[in-house]
Design a protein around this ligand. Structure first.
Ligand code: GLC
Length: 737
């Protein structure tokens, strides 16, 4: 064949075909042949990892396992490895700081869409929406050139005093798992790594850098690990962040049991373990106990434990090269997965879609706690005047909370949302009500405003200040500060049509609850929060949020307090409450909460009917599924979260009275009915038996409890497991030393 005259057809894209001279085709092919495997996006990821690993020098490998600035690891230009960027946080892409300080970098292109806080996302009970939120955040990370989002935060709420309660996903491991999987899949669908944090048992801010957490194995396996396990095994999370605290005497960032044995050995985690910032403490422990990337703060980067000291130890043969190679492989996997060597999606920011997701999450998160006399929704046509009261009606929240803070493109406050949507015919007044100086008569002004209005909307709650909803400190009580309780009582006295809106990320005590007709838990609802709140107050949105945590009547009723298991003694904290976290405690010990886990009202009503349990006879099917109908029997469209709890009648070991094992959120028009089918796999019946070293589903009787909340059970059905099964974790791989 005369190659100079022959022609070849190549398909360039979307089926477009080009005729090119064969010699060009060959030369292109030849060049492709010359291109290293690691640079060829068509090659399998593991092949690319091995190819690049083989090209790295010892020094270059070590450079990839520790920071070279606040949120980066070093570029290796010789091999075309760019600098790797990571960013906080769960509610959006954090503003740029550094490079070697926490101070803002002063950029003007680092605004972000601020989503509602983590506990608000959990209150939607909508994993698909969590995935949409994750995808939007992933797109904004791409736009900002970040390869990894340090999110989501998955730590279980064992005490409502935890300063980061607002940032996490509540008290239940099943709900936290479902929401985490959705969020992570969303972020990673955009070619951005997600990072499940903080692994593990980082359940308070008090003494967080050094507190040593002790707990029994069942509590660890059944309460504090499931969400991380789901992140790894269901969502394929590319990174896990070690926690600051110790666990059973060893820092979590260098914890052989948690990182080598459980995370990598049992769960088969192939991604990277990154330290929390300054969470590494010892070269030998970091080298051998599963840490793959050290990030931090206060010292020159070459002095990091996995920097010069590690390099020297490797040179002297103190640490195995194989261990370094394993760390590097885990980092390279994340780098290839996030298109660091090829184009990848361009990303986007502050789009209408992102704004719409922020608004939907905010709206679906709002929990209608009380609505006596159907005061809500407000009838706009009959409304002439509204007194909006409270500092939280105008407070900006997005930037607060420390690492989860966001430099938002904008933030619609509750007052702005009300002013925008209540229409010109409604006279809206505003008074701060609290938080002034001694001479101010803020409360008096507010009371007079309430007296003169048709309705008073009191927007109170917390904020991200010290000892409130923030990283770095815990709350000291569950009380509303700044005389808010007194203000609410006075406003209610002045106007019986008082609506309380709580802008907070954790439970508060409500001494005024019996006197106030309507209460809405609004959380920190992100940059679209004011619009969402106004829509809920007016009924344009029917609230569907359900509490992802128990609201206790008083702090003393909370299990961590009852068992005197917080904040720890002499640097050690024993989780004496064990499995009895949240509703597991309240329901087992029959303690009446202020509002129960899974609770939330609607402007319509839902009937449940036609319940039955279908037993799967096949060996590989889940043992059962529970089916029932949910009907909207009111006059407004709405959404209901139907919940399924399991109770074991005679367990071999003590179990909580009931445990959430399934839920489904159904959206129904007035009069519409939908059949819900929720599978119950073996895990739904199992508990962890530490003596047997595995998950035990015991033969015997169970109750399947279907309801609208953990305390509003509409049906209880019997189910019998015909045989006992034990599922033991298999060590997935011989761990590189
Ligand atoms: C903080 C937080 C962690 C965050 C990291 C980087 O201390 O504990 O959640 O991702 O440091 O800001």
């Amino acid at each position: 064949m005369n190659i100079t005259k022959a022609w070849s057809t190549i398909v360039v894209s979307n089926g477009l075909r080009l005729m090119i001279p064969l010699w060009i085709a060959f030369s292109l092919a030849a060049r492709a042949e010359d291109r290293p495997i690691y640079l060829d996006a068509n090659e399998p990821r593991e092949a690319r990892v091995e190819d690049l690993l083989g090209r790295l020098t010892l020094e270059e490998k070590v450079a990839l396992v520790h920071a070279d600035s606040k949120f980066t690891t070093a570029a290796i230009p010789r091999l075309g490895i760019p600098r790797r960027w990571m960013s906080d946080g769960p509610h959006g892409v954090r503003e740029d700081v550094g490079p070697d300080t926490w101070k803002p970098a002063g950029h003007t292109d680092d605004f972000a869409t601020c989503m509602p806080c983590g506990i608000a996302l959990a209150a939607t009970w909508n994993p698909a929406l969590a995935q949409e939120e994750g995808a939007a955040i992933g797109q904004e990370a791409r736009k900002r050139g970040k390869q990894m989002m340090l999110a989501p935060g998955l730590n279980i709420q064992r005490t409502p005093l935890n300063g980061r309660t607002f940032e996490y996903l509540g008290e239940d491991p099943f709900l936290t798992s479902r929401m985490a999987v959705g969020y992570i899949r969303g972020v990673q669908s955009q070619g951005v790594a997600s990072c499940a944090k903080h692994f593990a048992a980082n359940n308070q801010e008090f003494d967080r850098m050094s507190i040593n957490v002790e707990m029994d194995e069942r509590t660890l396996r059944e309460i504090y690990l499931p969400a991380f396990k789901a992140a790894v095994q269901e969502a394929g999370v590319l990174a896990v962040m070690g926690a600051y605290n110790k666990f059973r005497g060893q820092h979590c960032c260098e914890n052989d049991y948690l990182l080598n044995r459980v995370l990598k050995g049992e769960w088969g985690f192939q991604g990277l373990v990154v330290s929390d910032w300054s969470g590494a403490h010892d070269t030998r422990e970091a080298a051998l106990n599963g840490l793959d990337l050290e990030m931090g703060t206060e010292k020159p980067y070459n002095e990091y434990y996995l920097a010069d000291a590690y390099l020297e130890g490797l040179r002297q043969g103190i640490y195995p090269q194989a261990g370094l190679d394993d760390k590097v492989r885990r980092n390279l996997r994340m780098m290839f997965a996030t298109h660091m060597f090829d184009a990848g999606p361009p990303g986007s920011a502050n789009t209408r879609e992102h704004q719409a997701v922020a608004r939907r999450v905010a709206a679906e998160a709002m929990v209608l706690l009380k609505n006596d006399g159907n005061l809500l929704p407000l009838e706009i046509d009959r409304l002439k005047s509204v007194a909006v009261i409270g500092a939280n009606a105008v407070a900006l929240q997005a930037a607060g909370g420390e690492s989860s803070g966001i430099k938002a493109f904008y933030e619609i406050t509750p007052l702005q949302g009300i002013l925008r949507q209540f229409g010109d015919h409604v006279n809206v007044t505003y008074s701060k009500g609290y938080g002034g100086t001694a001479g101010d008569d803020l409360a008096g002004q507010a009371v007079r405003a309430a007296q003169q209005a048709d309705v008073a909307i009191v927007v109170v709650g917390l904020g991200h200040g010290l000892f409130r909803d923030t990283e770095g400190s815990d709350r000291e009580d569950l009380k509303l500060p700044d005389g808010q309780n007194e203000l609410i009582a006075q406003v209610r006295q002045a106007n019986p049509k008082t609506v309380v809106v709580l802008v907070a990320g954790s439970p508060v005590e409500m001494p005024w609850l019996n006197d106030v007709p309507a209460v809405v838990q609004a959380w920190y609802s992100g940059m679209e929060g004011g619009n969402a709140l106004a829509a809920v107050l007016l009924g344009d949105v029917n609230p569907s949020g359900k509490l992802p945590c128990t609201f206790p009547k008083r702090l003393a009723d909370s299990p961590a307090q009852v068992f005197h298991a917080y904040p720890g003694v002499n640097g050690t904290e024993k989780y004496e409450e064990g499995l009895l976290v949240g509703y597991r405690y309240f329901d087992t010990r029959n303690v009446e909460p202020l509002f129960p886990f899974g609770y939330g009202l609607s402007y319509t009503r839902f009937d449940y009917s036609n319940f039955h349990v279908v037993k799967n006879m096949g060996s590989d099917d889940p043992p059962a599924r529970v089916e029932f109908d949910v009907a909207n029997v009111g006059d407004r469209q709405g959404a209901e979260v139907a919940q399924v709890y399991v109770h074991q009648v005679q367990p071999g070991l003590p179990r909580p009275f009931q445990e959430l094992k399934g839920f489904s959120k159904v959206f129904l028009r007035p009069g519409e009915k939908q059949t819900v089918s929720i599978p119950l796999d073996a895990a739904a019946f199992s508990y962890y038996d530490p003596d047997k070293g595995g998950w035990l589903a015991e033969k015997g009787d169970f109750e399947i409890r279907v309801g609208s909340s953990s305390r509003d059970i509409r049906w209880t059905g019997k189910f019998t497991l015909d045989q006992t099964t034990l599922k033991k974790p298999m060590l997935s791989a011989q761990l590189t030393p």
